[in-house]
Structure formats: structure tokens, C-alpha cells
Design a protein around this ligand. Sequence first.
Ligand SMILES: NC(=O)c1ccc[n+]([C@@H]2O[C@H](COP(=O)([O-])OP(=O)(O)OC[C@H]3O[C@@H](n4cnc5c(N)ncnc54)[C@H](O)[C@@H]3O)[C@@H](O)[C@H]2O)c1
Ligand SMILES: [Zn+2]
Length: 667
Amino acid sequence: MDKKERIRELVDIINDLNYHYYVLDNPKVSDKEYDKLYDELVKLEQETGIVLSDSPTQRVGATPLEKFEKHKHLGKLWSLDKCKTALELKNWDTRVRRLIEEYNRENEERLPNPTYVVEYKFDGLTINLTYREGKLVQGATRGNGEIGEAILPQIKTIKSIPLSIKFKGTVEIQGEGLMPLSVLEEYNKTADEPLKNARNAAAGALRNLDPKVTAKRKLIAYFYNVGYIEGKSFNTHLEMIDFLKENRLPVSEYIKTFNSIDEVIEEIERVKEVRNTLDVLTDGLVIKINDMRTREVLGYTQKFPRWAIAYKFEAEEMTTKLIDVKWNVGRTGKVTPTAILEPVEIGGVTVKRATLNNWDDIQRKKVKIGCRVWIRRSNDVIPEIMGTVEDSCENPKEIEKPKECPACGSELIQEGVHIFCPNSLSCKPQLVSRLVHYASRDAMNIEGFSEKTAEQLYEELGLEDIPGLYELKFEQLINLDRFGKKKAENLLNAIEKSKNCRLDSFIFALGIPNVGKKTATDLANTFKSLERLMNATYEELIAIPDIGDKVANNIIEFFTDEKIISNINKLLDEGVNPVYKEEKIENDTIFSGKTVVVTGTIEGISRKEAKEIITKMGGKVSSSVSKKTDYVIVGENPGSKYDKAVELGIKIITGREFLDIIDSFSE
Ligand SMILES: NC(=O)c1ccc[n+]([C@@H]2O[C@H](COP(=O)([O-])OP(=O)(O)OC[C@H]3O[C@@H](n4cnc5c(N)ncnc54)[C@H](O)[C@@H]3O)[C@@H](O)[C@H]2O)c1
Ligand SMILES: [Zn+2]
């Protein structure tokens, strides 16, 4: 195919993708796949000089839907130029600086050196508010940048958007309507049709004809631009943001300025690490020139301003084909589906498997073998299937709900939305993973005990339960494949050693559903003995700060199961002896029995750590300085507590001295 034909083809493909994305709020491909086609088109247009009249590179967004009234924006809404690497960003900066220099050479009134404003690039639906005489009179989508859809009733459901403002002139304010990720997760737990991602969720909600539906989606919004204003102008972006704040529009707390592009690049690296902790979807950062006069000089292309650029992060969402679904049995007997995928790269990692929570989830997400599915992977989270790409199935095959255990063939039982293999005694994967968990480091810490060991013990020695571990004999082990004298002895010693264990480790080792290391420690600290924990009441459990209704019930049910009680008794009979050890508190240190206040930052140690150490050293940490205070530890940039300490003549310890004290304490 020659370049001209390919251009025609790409224009058609991209226009179709735009229609699904902007008009139907239901994209057919991931942004990464879209961007690849778009970049190819841009390159071909540059190479050939051919730009078709309906090329998507010449337009913003898409034509507004007929079902809404139209709104003509007073100031145009733009798209953003984008880059993905530090080098591309530097190239943009070089262009900006060159244009500034050219201007400065020819004009008396020089433009200032650029200051860069950095903001999150929110991934939701662009909205444009119109206020007249201090009243919110219109709210619209971006549409094609000049004409959008009027969706005022829908926009009014966003509670943080003020219906009236102090400023009385006509003004248009642009921002982004968003569905917080926590809201999306909550919504998807019970929705008949789960939403595939937060962007489509927000866009679909705002462009729903029924504002009641919009209201249920609990959207929020952030504003970042004044597109049109009567009788007022701003010298800088920051001034404009202050205007938005004064008029009580919701503005993101995150906004930073830098004087060099290298500092911006450092900031990008930093934000990449933390972006997964945000509760809203961001697909990058936007870098803007702060000075408004410079913006005027730099101007616009057909599609975007030259004074701003989006730095796009690695995509977290992709589409790929579902090849198969495998059902696996876990430690508790729960049988869960794993999706086997056509390998796909997401954020530099090749993803081949993803989780599907349960059979109901598969039904709600309309997932079938042979269809393309949406995968989301963010940092260390296990990849998850979010939904199916519409009209993407080739010979789709329904996923059947298993009736028998894939490992042992027992008839499965349904409990709520989950299915379980009831054969907890001799279903191999259940026993193997229980043994591995029991022996793991945070549990009984049996050194040298691997999954392979567990399988051998089960298959070759017929080990049926955890207490059986303590009856293993040297003669049995020595006969196992890959076991020598040394290895057999080591294993027996490690098993023997595990008998003297800490209560919290033992509780964790039991594998109570939803009781992790932290909860196990809380339980040990509260009940101080296994017997008291086994007899704990619901009220006692729920009174522990981090334990909720579900976990409390899990614990009670666990300790009423006769099989489990009998296993625990066997373990105790074998000599396992979990003891509760009080955290030892030193009573012979500089802080013993003293009241201590910490102020300012101490390098290399957090406030929380400092408090923990002082407590461990027998001191009492207080938050305010009074005559009863014995010591005030003063770090960098101390607050008024330092002045107060000086005024009351309280002994001061510097951050440096404190670090020395800790060092000599821990030696
Ligand atoms: N998957 C698909 O099928 C498909 C189809 C079309 C477009 N897209 C995606 O959309 C992108 C281009 O579309 P676009 O022009 O709508 O968006 P864009 O990525 O070019 O970004 C421009 C928009 O960013 C928003 N924005 C968020 N935070 C901002 C901030 N702090 N300051 C200024 N603006 C901010 C604004 O609303 C603005 O309209 C593509 O690169 C692609 O990833 C995907
Ligand atoms: Zn089974």
C-alpha cells in the first residue's frame, strides 16, 4: 500500500475510533493502541504534505451529539500536544525558548525566562462552565472545541461545583469531571454492568440524558483554566488559579512551578512513583508556561497551544485476547478463575494472566473465551480484567462454572459468590498451600521448607495434615528424592525448632481467612494467649481498631470448626508452644520515665519512628510542651514548640544528638 492509501485508511480508522471514544464513551482500543495509529498518521502527513480535509489531526474531539442542546463556547477549548520521553520534552522546551528569544530580539519589551507550571493531567470528561452575573447558567462538554453539548442538569449533580460565585462578569471555566477510583471500585462491586474504566465512567455519566443516573455516579471535578472572562485579565497562570480558588471552584491541591526543564523532568520521575496512590485517574502531567504574555506570543496550532504540553505516563490499560480460563484451588479451598491471555505489554511488563474474581464477575463483565478484554495493571497490583471489548469476539465460547474440583474431583459447594472444594483434608493444592503458608517466614519460619517439599511429603509420604509434620521420621525423609542425610536432618531440626514460637506467628500460621500478619499481631497483643483468642467474643474482636465485622466473623467461624480445633489440639499435643512476648520496654535509658516532645524534622527518621523508639526506650511522647516536659528533641525547621521549650528552660536535644542516642541504644 502506498503512503497516500495508508493515509486514507488511517483517517477512516481513527475517525471510527474517535466516534466510539468521544461519542459513545465506549472505546474499541486502548489509548496506547490509538496513539500508535495517530502517530503514524501524523508522520505520514508530515512526510507527504498530504492532509485530508477530514483528518483527525486537524480537529479537536468530535461533533456533539444531537440528543443534547448545543452550546457555543465563548473561548475555544483545545487539545494538548503530547510527549512520552524526557528528550521529547526537552525538544519542546528548546522550541519554546527559541520562539521567546526570537521575540526578544525584535521587541523592546522582553518576555521573562520561562517558569513552568506542572499539574496533573486528569483523565475524565472535559467540562466548561458558564457563569453570568455570578450565577452558573451553563455547563457543557468540549465537543469539537467550538461547540459542545449543554449538560447543565448533569453537571449540577457534582456537589463541589458552586451554583453561584463572587465574580459578576461573564466567565467560562474549564476543568475535568472525574469518577474517583474508590467510587468506581465500590460501584463495580454490585453493578449489573461493571464500568470498564474511570474515564468512560465519568464521560458516560455526564452524557446520560437522565441526571439522576449522573448523580448516582458521585462524580467530582477539578478546574484549571479560564477560557473566557469579561473585564479582567491575568498576568500568570497562578493568578488565574488563585481567581478560581477565590471563587471557590474545586482546584487540585497539586500544582508546582519550576524554573528549568530539568527540574520538571525530576518532578515527573517523582510523580511516576506516587501516581498510583491518587484516587483519581491521571494519564500524565501537563506542563504549561506560567506567563500569559509569553502564551500570546507562542500561540496555537490547529489543535493545541504551543505553550503547553502533556507528558504521558505509561499506559495502565490495554486490550488483548482471552485464550482460556483455568480454575485453581487455594489454601481455603476457594476455587477461583485465572484468565490466560494473549501476551500483552503493559507498562514495560508482559502480562499473560489476569484475575477474574468469580463466576458472577465473569457473567457481569460478559467475558467469553475468544473475545478481546480490557486489562488494567497498575504497578504492583495483579492485572485485572475490567470488561469485554464490544463486538470483538471470534467464535466466542462461554466460560463454564466448574461443578467438580479441578484438583481432586470432589463436588464443589457454593457459598455466596464463591465456590469451594469441601475436601479440605485430601485435596492436594489445599494441603500443599496450607503447609507452605504454615512453614513460611512470617509464620512458623521452618527453614528449607519449599512448595516442592510440601508436594513430596503429600505425594510420597501421604502427609495429610499439618500436625503430621511433627511426626516425620529421619528414615522416611532420607528415602525421598533429592533428600540426603544433611537435608533430612536440617528439615527435622527446623521443624523441631518451630515448636517454640511466638503467639502472633502461630496465629498467622493458622491461616484464618483475612487474618494477615498485622491482624495476627493485633490479636496476640489483645488476647495474649491462644486459649483466650479461641474463646474471644464478637464484641471483643470488633473492639480492636483495625478489625471489622467481616474479619471478626471469620475468626469466630474459624474457631468453631471442629476439624480445626482438633488440629490445633494435635499441634499442642505434639509440643508446639506459642508464647506471647511482651514488647520489652527498657527502663534504664535516658528517656526512661521521662516525657518527651519532638518538633521539626530529623534527617533519616520519620516522626512515627522517632516516637516508637522513644516509647521503646521507656519514654512517654507528648504533643505539647509544658512544665512537665523533660526533653524537647529539636529537628530542622522546628515550630513554636521550640520557642516554648526555651522559654520554660526545658532541656533541648538536637536531632544529631538524638540520632547518636539511638545508635548507642541499639548497639
Ligand atoms: N482509545 C481510543 O479509542 C481513543 C480515541 C480517541 C482519543 N483517545 C485518547 O485521547 C487522547 C487525545 O484526546 P484529547 O484531545 O481528548 O485529550 P488530550 O489527551 O489531548 O488532552 C487534552 C485534554 O486534557 C484535559 N486536561 C486534563 N488535565 C488538564 C490540565 N491540568 N490542564 C489542561 N488540560 C487538562 C483537558 O480537558 C484537555 O481537553 C489520545 O492521545 C488518546 O490517548 C483514545
Ligand atoms: Zn479439591
